[in-house]
Ligand binder design. Structure first.
Ligand SMILES: [Zn+2]
Length: 327
């Protein structure tokens, strides 16, 4: 009788504990993607332009900081994942293809958003977000980076130059309309989601003195009667791109490139209108950034509408492949 009880207890134990454990452990084994190749951990040398120091960071830890600095923390996770893949591709291109880093020869990348990619340290995240949001937002950024681990963008087998910007004017720009080269994957595409961006339209008023100083013009010498409305004698558009951005314009007799005027006057984009108002000019801009490649607010709009990070990336980078990097 005791033997029978002992045997029954043994079977119950096997049934309740051991069998489920075996099933679960088998499941875990089966859930691992079989094709994953351990790529190890890249390290990247980063030049911190604000402090002047150079530090070596694990690539993924660096990418979490880039994501925090480059994207609003409230953005959709699929948009953050798209940005993580773009930022990883950008960094690896500089690590592996000997891209020009003559501005900081000791480091592959810097933290200046106007040169490489912005970056936020954990301390900066804490002071910007507060302690409670710090844990919530940082783990969201980490999820975007680690769930896309080793994923990069390629075109014809090579890492792409995944440029991106905040907000387009409703369409992204062809690369050759902003820079010199025509890049096959940096083509103009529709981006209607950008209209919801807080940076979609902004106004900036400058004095004639400020404009003259920045552009080398002499608007202050013009009679007050000329400085009214959209007087074409004062400012005239000579050429626009296919997306209504200004390519070339004439200001008080000087012919200037739209990109140069944007940079010199600190305008949000090269899609701008203006009003002459006596001793000042008010510019109204559409979009924010150079307009080439992925629009970040567009990516968030696509994610809100249900797009995956892969769909977002393939929309903004024409003809690219999403690949898992192997060493
Ligand atoms: Zn740099």
């Amino acid at each position: 009788m005791r033997k029978l009880v002992a045997l029954t207890v043994l079977f119950v134990l096997i049934g309740i504990i051991i069998v489920p454990v075996l099933i679960v452990s088998n499941f875990k084994e089966a859930e691992k993607p079989p094709e994953i190749v351990e790529t190890g951990e890249y390290n990247i040398t980063v030049y911190f332009h604000e402090t002047g120091e150079t530090r070596v960071l694990p690539l993924d830890a660096y990418l979490v900081g880039v994501l925090a600095a480059e994207m609003p923390a409230e953005f959709e996770i699929e948009a953050l994942k798209a940005q993580a893949v773009a930022a990883r591709t950008y960094a690896l291109r500089r690590l592996t293809l000997n891209a020009d880093n003559s501005a900081h020869p000791e480091a592959a990348v810097c933290t200046n958003p106007n040169h490489c990619q912005a970056h936020m340290s954990s301390e900066e995240m804490k002071s910007r977000w507060g302690m409670i949001n710090y844990f919530r937002y940082k783990s969201k950024m980490e999820e975007a980076v680690y769930s896309t681990k080793d994923m990069v963008l390629t075109y014809e087998g090579r890492l792409i130059e995944p440029v991106y910007h905040s907000t387009s004017n409703g369409k992204t720009e062809n690369s050759e309309d902003v820079w010199l080269n025509k890049i096959p994957y940096l083509r103009s595409v529709e981006s209607p989601w950008d209209k919801d961006s807080p940076r979609f339209q902004e106004t900036k008023t400058l004095t004639l003195c400020q404009v003259d100083d920045a552009l080398g013009t002499n608007l202050e010498a013009l009679p007050a009667s000329a400085m009214q409305g959209t007087n074409q004698e004062v400012i005239r558009v000579l050429e626009t791109t296919g997306t209504n951005r200004i390519k070339k314009l004439n200001i008080n007799g000087r012919t200037l490139m739209g990109t140069d005027v944007r940079a010199a006057l600190g305008l949000n984009s090269t899609h701008f209108a203006w009003q002459l108002q006596g001793d000042r000019i008010t510019f109204v801009t559409r979009g924010f950034g150079h307009g080439v490649g992925m629009s970040q607010y567009g990516a968030n709009g696509m994610a809100k509408a249900g797009a995956t990070y892969e769909e977002i990336l393939k929309h903004y980078y024409t003809g690219v492949e999403l690949e898992k990097l192997t060493q």
